[in-house]
Design a protein around this ligand. Sequence first.
Ligand code: PHE
Length: 347
Amino acid sequence: MTSADTDVATRLVDEARTRLERCATLDELRSAEAELVGKRSALATAHRALGGLPPDERRRQGQLLHQARSTVEALVAERRQTVARAERQRWLEADRLDLTEVLPGPRRGHLHLVQRTRDELEDVFVGMGFVVAEGPEVETDWYNFEALNIPPAHPARGMWDTFYLQIGEPETVLLRTHTSPVQIRVLQEKRPPVYAVMPGRCYRRDTPDARHIPVFHQIEGLVVDHGITFAHLAGTIETFTTAYFGPDIHSRLRPAYFPFTEPSAELEITCTICHGAGCRTCSQTGWIELGGCGMVDPAVLGAVGLDDEEWTGFAFGFGIDRCAQMRHEIPDMRILLDNDVRFLRQV
Ligand code: PHE
């Protein structure tokens, strides 16, 4: 073996190593591979030249070239692994999405104050062991009035100015004036014990003013179980009041009348503006009316086929918009419907 022959093989391998190191992509590697070990490569040319050599010499040089080719092929395979890994890494980097990125431009949306208030009220009651139920906004006279112990032409109907729909017989289908019909739907679906709150939109033919809007929201509460008393009602209301409005805000119940509860009460809370001292918002009384409540009237239990000797319960219903108004000190409730972006934008 002459050193010149070894030199040729070593040089071919060295050149191949340098050439391969310059390859950064799989495409580049493919053409380098063709140049280094393909038909027109220096290795192939050297191989072809073996034919003109004497047999001994041919075998010797043939072995050297063969070894060189194996080494180069191994180098190509090794380089292919490195390049493929790097290429995949670059691809992943380029494809990465930064989900925490805050883009300049339009602000992100958020829930309307009324929806947020509804969610928070639900949370308070769910925390007290209530389930959440819903009913339709379009109701029949039976659910909205009759089953709630308000027969046709009963004077108490005047408590709710009703929007009727022109469907079926006149004045049989309406937009619900309160969430109380959902009490009936819940009791039809599930036997007691029942502990449920029922939030939703209601409609009344009211002229809008600072404290009334014709489309508003209520959350109804209903408990029916063995041995439920007025004390349970008062305790539930007080627990809710301090949980939602804070420890310095309290509730009080004042005698009132609703056809579907007996006895009935108006539910009031400490005025959040003056904390009970008296101000213009609460007409100097220190209290704000949130809604109504009372013990479920036996006639209501009868309407859904429950034995009023066995079961007793309480119900309440109050304004979600009113809660938002009290908690956030909103002077005029009409702003909730105005879609004034300066109001909506406030989180
Ligand atoms: N539904 C009554 C109203 O909207 C409020 C109420 C609910 C009163 C439940 C008593 C019991 O005026």
